[in-house]
Structure formats: structure tokens, C-alpha cells
Design a protein around this ligand. Structure first.
Ligand code: NAD
Length: 696
């Protein structure tokens, strides 16, 4: 099947891009567009050309299926295509509707005239992948649209409706009715009026205070771009458009594009883009797997998690029956949900009426009979096997056949939970993160007996409630918390050996975490980790744990909620102030366990914490708990605040070089304190490092 069609209407040739879903400019479409142009140019009777897209888009830009493959650069490349359309001696009219983004917009800007439906979505989103438009976008848009507006679009990557471009050189006409007819009419008028091709490249970028504006733009971007190089280079490219001839600007654009392609930050963003898509794919559960309809959900437990989970469903328009043990607990849960929405209303993100219509979707109940007809039920009761057993036995007795029985457990064995029912195939883990209505991550725990259609249904549902779902096998802590435990152990060993909370936090924040681990502990409550460790001491007597955090908790320093934790807090103020008492306690503790404190570098702090994650991640991969390294990265990026510009722990290790990581781990293993054995590189890590390979 062709990816373009070619028709003649009088003296106008109409070239239609027809490559679903969004006319991505992959090699086949690029080649076909060039061929169609040649046909129009050689056809004697044709005096003007209309370029239009079928379906939902003019063109949404590069074909993502070609990303990271040689096809992306296979001839004709985008620059060749864009150049050919621009050079056409017959006027070319781009007729724009739907998405017109990235390479799609660059192609349109190379056409001689542009007409669009008012609601067409116009953008150069390359910056979101850490890049800049590399087919003339940074040179033509400022010429067509004006310096300031173009720079805003290029640096932000944001989408503007075509109607916002009316009256600029970027758009010649808005067409309210049939776009195709309108564009043909426009081209016919061009022919009648003998108007020649009008090329954006011939325009000049004008600005009343060019130098001043460019300096302002550089300063602004410097102060907001954080670790990202792309916005800075976008300004550089646009500066070239404003200050050098077109051809020189194109050379600058190409150089900057190539530089960005090689930055770890852009690699991280592209890794995230593909990682999020890859996470939805499960090799033995193909896309064709049937799913079960989910029109109605039930949630058991209206506590911290149950409330947040309920909000996810009602936000997506799925009614929820919310079950609790007592009316008071139910009322409290509903109050919290209402308060959360109230916050959104105050910030102007939601209307009061919408709160009401969402609350209407919740049916609060105390009786299991009332949830029997739900298509999925998610249990979020206390984290105790006995309580889970009682709930799942009850669910097994009352739920309609075919209902999906999900548990939000964060640590318990899902296979044991499934075994409390006579339908273990219907049981699955849905591990939400707190606050569940905010955090994007959902670990979907696949039990030994979870049925493929149950898994497929939950993955589809996750998308509907706007979560990034990552599949995890059953193990203690699943992917995220299992790795977190290793990270937690290292942070505490570091304190014992010579670091202080403020140093560890500062080092991790400099690496890119929004908050260091001790500030996070104070925010979440140090008592949570304490409770987990107490259980660990019994369950895993052979594992070495630092007891230094227990000392803190014994003093009642649970964190912000008690006004004191690793740091001191003033009432009503979340500012973490280093605590002399805690620092003294730490120093004394080291002495008590016979350790001579030493100066620890920020580099050691970061390496020990991050490589602890990497090593456990590698074990999780070998055991098949995670399907792919990028899944682990998606967990850490979306659930644990790993800095996006690092792309997740596994990609970060790849970037550093696995051989370097392994050498460093061997160095750490020589440190007799803590747990030297933990630094034995995972088999898969050692193997990849030896072979000079990467996780990705
Ligand atoms: P919570 O104590 O805030 O809420 C639990 C609720 O369940 C309470 O309102 C309680 O009344 C209700 N409940 C208890 N037994 C019940 C029963 N038999 N029938 C009906 N309702 C019952 O606890 P939480 O923090 O929301 O945690 C719930 C689950 O989510 C646990 O399994 C926990 O491990 C998991 N989880 C918690 C977090 C978190 O950060 N809090 C994160 C991920 C997962």
C-alpha cells in the first residue's frame, strides 16, 4: 500500500500523506513524498501543489519506529526532503490540520504557503527529547513567526493552536470549512494571480532590540534550564538565525543538533520516551491478548492508599464502591478525598462542580455483598498476612466470576495471597505509590498463576488511569523497594563511617535528586523504615543492618510529623535544619561501634548509593523479576525521584561504563565496614562489564 496519494484538481496537484497513525516521516514516506513532488514538477498541466495529510494529522514528525535505527537516516533524509519542497519552482501550499509537529512543521515551513484549520496543533517538541529541530526549524520558524514567539515555541516545545499564528508569516490563511477544498481554492488563486513561490529562508529575522533580547533569552534560559543542555542550544541556534545568513544558520543548527544527540541528558530523555512504551510490552502476553471489561471498580480500605487509589478511578470516570470496616473509617476516607480535591480547586486546577460529580462516583459501603458485581477489586487494608487472608477469602466467596482480585501489598508474598482463593489466576498485585493519586508509577505484580488476560486487563487499565505500569515478578519488595533496601543500607553505613545527613543529602541533591535520602526519611516518617527493619532483623538475621537509625527513632525523632528527625524543624516550617544533637549522636555511635570516622567524599557517597541500586537491579534482571533494564529505570524515575537527566540507575551505569562501575564496587568491597560481600558484582553485571556491553 502506498504511503502517499497523488491527485489532480485542475491545475493543482494534491499530494496526500497517508501513513497512519500520524504520518510520521519515516523513510518510505520521505521517499514517496519526493517521488510525488517530482511527478508534480514534471506534469505540464500542474501549476501549483497542495501537500496535505490524511487521518488525524498533517504530520507529527519523525517516525518513532525508526528512532535509533539506520532507517532514520536512510536517504532521502529529512533535510533533503525539506530542501526539495522549498526549491520547487511551482508554489507548494501546506494544508495543515491535526498534529503538525517536529519534522512535520519543518516540512510545512519549507513549503511556500501555509493554510490551516484553526485548531491544528503546531509544535517543535524536540527539546523534550533533549534535542533541537534539526531540519531547519530553528532557522525558519523565527523568520516566519518572529523571534520571540519562535524562541518560546522552540525552547518550551509547547503546542500552540494554528489560530495563534494567524497574521504572521507562519500562516497565510485559516480555513474553517473543508481543508482540502480550501487549500485547492487557495492554490488556484495563487495560479490566477501568478504569485511565485515565497520562501521563508528569504525573510529576515527582525527585532527592535536584537542584542538586548538575545542576552535576555540567554540569561533566562540559564536560570531555568537546570541540568538540561538542549534549551541552551536552542537559544544558540535561534541566535544564529537572527545574526547570520540562512545557510550559515543551517550549519550551526546541524552542529548543535549533533552535539545534543551525544549528550547523556538527551540519551536519558530518549531512553525514558522508549522505556515508557517498552514497559507496556510483555513478551508472552501479546497485544492481541483479550482483556476483561472494567466498568466498575471496588476498593477495600479507605486509608492512605485506598483513598488515593479510589481517586485514580473516579478521575478516569470509573465508578468505585469503597468498602470499610466501620462507618467512621469510611467517613474519614471520604473526607480526605474531598480535602484533596479541595486543594486542587483552591489552586484553580479543578472546578467545584467537578468535585461533586467525581464524589458522586463513589458508593461508600460496609458490606461485601455491595461489591460483588465489581469488575476489579483492589485491596488496600493493613499490611498483615492475616488481614489479607480474611479479605481474600471473603472476596473469593462473594465476587462475581471473572472479577479481578488485586492487592496493593508492598511487601507480602502475592502467591500466598492468591492461594487464599480458589481462583489464583484472577489474582494480581497492583502496587501503587504514595500519594497514589499523584505518583505515576504502578508496579503490576504478576503472580505465579496470574492469568494472561488479567495481566493484560490491568496493564490497559493502568493506561486509562494514567499510570506508568511496570511488571514485576514476585519477590520481597518487588523491583522498587527491594532496590531501596540496598540503598538504605548504604546511606546508614555512610553515617557510621564518617558522613553526616546534611552531607549525604547535599551530595545526592547535587547528583539530581530533589531531596536527599535523609530529608525524604523525615518527610515520609522514619518510623516506617524502623518497623520494616525490626521485621528484617528477625527474617534475615544474617544480613548486616546499621542500627543508627533505630537510635534516632528511639528518641522519638520520626521526622517532620514529630518536629524532629535527622534534622530539626520549627513549628509550621518544613525547612530541614542540621541538628547538633543528631550529629553528636552519630559521632558517638561511630565511637561506640569502634569505628574511626573518616572524611568521605561526595563522589563516594553518590557512587555507593547509586551502585547499590545498580547491583540489586542487575540481580532483579537475572532472576527475571524485571523484564528489562529500562523497566527498572522507569520504576526509579517515576516512583523514587531518580533524576530524569540521568535516565535511571541502569542507564546511568551504562553511561559511566559497566567496567568502571564494577571496578568501583571491588574498591568498596575492600572496605571492611558494613557489608563487603554486598559489593560482589551481580553475575549479569560482571558478565556485561567483562564483555564491554551495557544493560541497554
Ligand atoms: P492505612 O492504615 O492508611 O489504611 C488501611 C485501611 O484499611 C484502614 O482505613 C482500615 O480501616 C482499613 N481496613 C483494615 N482492615 C480492613 C478490612 N478487613 N476490611 C476493610 N477495611 C479494612 O494503610 P495504607 O497506608 O493505606 O496501606 C494499605 C496497603 O497499601 C498496605 O498493604 C500497604 O502495605 C500498602 N501500601 C502502602 C503504601 C504507603 O505509602 N502507605 C504504599 C504502597 C503500598
Amino acid at each position: 500500500m502506498g504511503v502517499t496519494t497523488y491527485e489532480k484538481h485542475g491545475k493543482v496537484a494534491v499530494i496526500t500523506m497517508d501513513s497512519p497513525p500520524v504520518n510520521g516521516l519515516g523513510q518510505p514516506l520521505r521517499a514517496a513524498l519526493l517521488k510525488a513532488l517530482d511527478k508534480a514538477l514534471t506534469a505540464r498541466g500542474v501549476k501549483a501543489i497542495v501537500l496535505i495529510g490524511s487521518g488525524n494529522a498533517f504530520s507529527a514528525g519523525a517516525d518513532i519506529r525508526e528512532f535509533n535505527t539506520p532507517k532514520a537516516y536512510a536517504p532521502p533524509n529529512l533535510l533533503t526532503l525539506v530542501g526539495a519542497y522549498e526549491a520547487s519552482p511551482k508554489p507548494v501550499v501546506a494544508a495543515i490540520h491535526g498534529s503538525c509537529m517536529g519534522g512535520g512543521l519543518e516540512l510545512a515551513l519549507a513549503c511556500h504557503y501555509r493554510v490551516a484549520r484553526p485548531d491544528a496543533q503546531i509544535a517543535l517538541p524536540e527539546v523534550k527529547l533533549g534535542l533541537l529541530p534539526g531540519a531547519g526549524g530553528t532557522q525558519r520558524l523565527p523568520r516566519a513567526l518572529g523571534l520571540e514567539a519562535a524562541l518560546n515555541m522552540i525552547v518550551s516545545g509547547s503546542v500552540v493552536p494554528a489560530k495563534a499564528l494567524a497574521g504572521t508569516g507562519a500562516l497565510d490563511d485559516l480555513i474553517e470549512g473543508d481543508l482540502r477544498e480550501g487549500a485547492i481554492g487557495f492554490a488556484t488563486r495563487l495560479i490566477k494571480e501568478k504569485r511565485p513561490p515565497k520562501r521563508v529562508r528569504d525573510l529576515e529575522v527582525k527585532h527592535a532590540n536584537l542584542e538586548g533580547f538575545l542576552m535576555f533569552a540567554r540569561n533566562t534560559v540559564e536560570s531555568v534550564a537546570g541540568p538540561w543542555p538542549a534549551p541552551r542550544k536552542c537559544v544558540e541556534a535561534v541566535t544564529a538565525a537572527a545574526t547570520t545568513p540562512f545557510e550559515a544558520g543551517m550549519v550551526t543548527e546541524r552542529r548543535l543538533f549533533n552535539e545534543l544527540m551525544l549528550t547523556p541528558e538527551s540519551k536519558a530523555l530518549r531512553h525514558i520516551f522508549f522505556g515508557e512504551r517498552a514497559a507496556a510490552k510483555i513478551p508472552d502476553v501479546p497485544d492481541s491478548t483479550p482483556t476483561r471489561p472494567v466498568a466498575r471498580a471496588a476498593v477495600i480500605g479507605a486509608g492512605t492508599m485506598g483513598g488515593g487509589i479510589t481517586m485514580n478511578f473516579i478521575n478516569a470516570g470509573i465508578p468505585v464502591t469503597l468498602l470499610e470496616m466501620k462507618q467512621e473509617a469510611l467517613d474519614r476516607g471520604l473526607d480526605t478525598i474531598r480535602k484533596n480535591y479541595g486543594g486542587a480547586v483552591k489552586k484553580g486546577r479543578m472546578k467545584e462542580a467537578d468535585v461533586e460529580s467525581r464524589m458522586q462516583l463513589i458508593t461508600p459501603v460496609l458490606d461485601y455483598a455491595a461489591i460483588a458485581q465489581a469488575d476489579i477489586v483492589i485491596e488496600a487494608v493493613f499490611e498483615e498476612m492475616g488481614v489479607k487472608q480474611a479479605v481474600f477469602e471473603k472476596l473469593d466467596a462473594v465476587m462475581k466470576s471473572g472479577a479481578i482480585l488485586a492487592s496493593n501489598t508492598s511487601t507480602l508474598d502475592l502467591d500466598r495471597i492468591a492461594a487464599f482463593t480458589k481462583r489464583p489466576g484472577d489474582v494480581i498485585g497492583t502496587h501503587f505509590f504514595s500519594p497514589a493519586n499523584v505518583m505515576r508509577l504502578l508496579e503490576v505484580v504478576r503472580g505465579e498463576k496470574t492469568a494472561p488476560d488479567v495481566l493484560a486487563t490491568v496493564m490497559q487499565l493502568a493506561k486509562k488511569i494514567r499510570k506508568i505500569a511496570v511488571v514485576s515478578g514476585v519477590c520481597d519488595g518487588f523491583i522498587g523497594n527491594r532496590m531501596l533496601e540496598q540503598m538504605g543500607r548504604q546511606t546508614l553505613f555512610l553515617l557510621e563511617e564518617g558522613a553526616l545527613p546534611k552531607q549525604v543529602d547535599a551530595a545526592m541533591e547535587k547528583f539530581g535528586f530533589a531531596m536527599g535520602p535523609f530529608r525524604v526519611g523525615d518527610l515520609a516518617g522514619n518510623d516506617i523504615g524502623w518497623a520494616i527493619r525490626k521485621r528484617r532483623y528477625v527474617e534475615k538475621p544474617l544480613v548486616t543492618y546499621s542500627r543508627i537509625a533505630d537510635r534516632l527513632c528511639e528518641q522519638g525523632r520520626f521526622g517532620q510529623k514529630t518536629g524532629a528527625g535527622w534534622y530539626d524543624y520549627k513549628p509550621g516550617d518544613r525547612t530541614a535544619r542540621p541538628s547538633a544533637a543528631v550529629e553528636q549522636m552519630i559521632v558517638e555511635y561511630s565511637k561506640e561501634i569502634g569505628l574511626k570516622r573518616r572524611a568521605i567524599s561526595d563522589e563516594e557517597i553518590v557512587d555507593r548509593i547509586v551502585y547499590a541500586l545498580v547491583n540489586e537491579g542487575a540481580k532483579i534482571l537475572e532472576e527475571g523479576i524485571a523484564l528489562r533494564a529500562s523497566d527498572i529505570d522507569m520504576v526509579y524515575l517515576n516512583g523514587y525521584g531518580f533524576p530524569p537527566h540521568r535516565g535511571g540507575p541502569m542507564l546511568y551505569a551504562d553511561t559511566v561504563g559497566l567496567d568502571v562501575v564494577v571496578r568501583r564496587m571491588k574498591q568498596f568491597a575492600r572496605n571492611q565496614h558494613g557489608d563487603p560481600a554486598a559489593w560482589e558484582p551481580a553475575r549479569s553485571l560482571a558478565k556485561l562489564a567483562a564483555a564491554g556491553k551495557t544493560f541497554s
